[in-house]
Ligand binder design. Structure first.
Ligand SMILES: [Zn+2]
Length: 391
């Protein structure tokens, strides 16, 4: 266990961070006296960067570690769901191996919190959930994992209410759902079923919403209403919400106010191949905005490497954000930590070769070291920048 991480850079200076029980206990200038012990860690002047929180992943559905699988063009959702099912059934490695591989990749890149959606339906039952719940136990103290029970085949369409209840009894923290109109074909009934589950199990709600334009907007309006009625403010989210990127601000402003009032978060994977919510519009309306990688080499996309810092960089670039203030705002969407070390805060951070946080999100450099709960998870290989010169 590390006691002091010395020579950490932030605010343009070098500091020593004392860590006790996984928490930052003392922050001192690096030139001040402190009692050296063999467990000290020398950060060698690398920059302190807060650890990442990836709020939308699918640990159970990627193809990492598998032979390359050619994808087919996306046509309709039902066809795509069938294709994905076939692909997942043909994996050579076990679910346990695959969920573990993905978290390892993410931890190495500085992600210490994730929200993963996990497929449940009457055919696969809790098979995927069990693998992820087991992994969550193994990673306790290293990675904080929230689990959404996700009826990918449609909550009502695939008769998944029963298996959703089983999932919520067996480790899932949130109720998932997908396209109440496009897939379930019953907007109100689908949302009502989600919120009934959330009431019965005192769970949060996170809806996958691809439904476009005014259909999507109508669904979000209802979602915000249900959140208020259920008194679930701060515990619900709409993922993707493409519709918010398809309509002009004038058309969505009322909906954004409702989201802000109901404290519903919008979670985006920052797609570049389809419309996505505009960060600036959400920010102006006071809507909570979070980011996740979503697809990392799976049946939906061959792209992605699990690096949320890179995804945050994409958000800034896509939004046309280039000022320091904007870059720091983008960083706040990818972390659940303060942007500089704070006394009493959990010691979850990374060390990178960058001048400041703005530089780090713009350049997304390699992670030299990652700490979670004050534990060193990956080590510095590169020894150079103590004098402050960035090569
Ligand atoms: Zn998803």
């Amino acid at each position: 266990m590390v006691n002091v991480v010395k020579n950490v850079r932030f605010d343009g200076q070098l500091w020593n961070l004392s860590i006790k029980d996984g928490v930052i206990e003392k922050i001192e200038h690096a030139n001040s006296d402190y009692s050296t012990t063999s467990t000290d860690f020398d950060a060698k002047g690398f920059l302190y960067v807060p650890a990442l929180a990836d709020m939308h992943v699918h640990l159970d559905k990627h193809f990492l570690g598998e032979p390359w699988r050619p994808l087919q063009p996306f046509t309709t959702l039902p066809k795509q769901l069938k294709f994905e099912k076939e692909m997942l059934a043909s994996m050579q490695s076990s679910l346990e191996e695959r969920v573990s591989l993905m978290t390892e990749l993410m931890v190495k890149q500085g992600t210490t919190k994730i929200r993963t959606h996990v497929d449940v339906d009457p055919v696969i039952g809790l098979m995927h959930l069990e693998a992820v719940v087991q992994l969550r136990e193994q990673l306790r103290g290293i990675m904080d994992i929230e689990i959404v029970a996700f009826p990918q085949q449609g909550l009502l369409k695939s008769n998944s209410l029963g298996v959703m209840k089983d999932a919520l009894r067996n480790g899932a923290d949130l109720v998932g759902g997908v396209d109440p109109a496009g897939l379930d074909r019953k907007v109100e009934a689908s949302l009502e079923a989600m919120f009934e589950l959330s009431a019965e199990f005192d769970a949060g709600v996170d809806l996958h919403l691809h439904d476009p334009g005014h259909l999507g907007l109508y669904t979000i309006d209802l979602f915000a209403d249900y959140t208020m009625q259920a008194k679930k403010q701060g515990r619900t989210a709409v993922s993707h919400a493409y519709c918010l990127g398809m309509l002009a601000d004038d058309e969505i402003n009322q909906t954004l106010s409702a989201l802000s009032e109901a404290d519903v978060a919008i979670i985006s994977s920052v797609p570049i191949d389809r419309p996505a919510p505009r960060a600036q519009s959400l920010l102006n309306a006071g809507v909570k905005f979070l980011i996740g990688n979503d697809n990392v080499r799976d049946a939906w996309s061959p792209f992605g490497n699990g690096d949320l810092l890179q995804r945050g960089s994409r958000l800034a670039e896509k939004s046309g954000w280039i000022t320091d203030e904007q870059l720091l705002t983008a960083y706040s969407f990818i972390t659940n930590r303060s942007l500089t070390p704070q006394l009493g805060e959990k010691a979850d951070f990374m060390l990178v070769n960058a001048e400041n946080l703005q530089h780090a999100i713009a350049a997304h450099p390699k992670r030299e070291a990652v700490f979670s709960n004050g534990q060193l998870l990956t080590n510095i290989e590169n020894e150079k920048i103590l004098d402050g010169t960035i090569s």
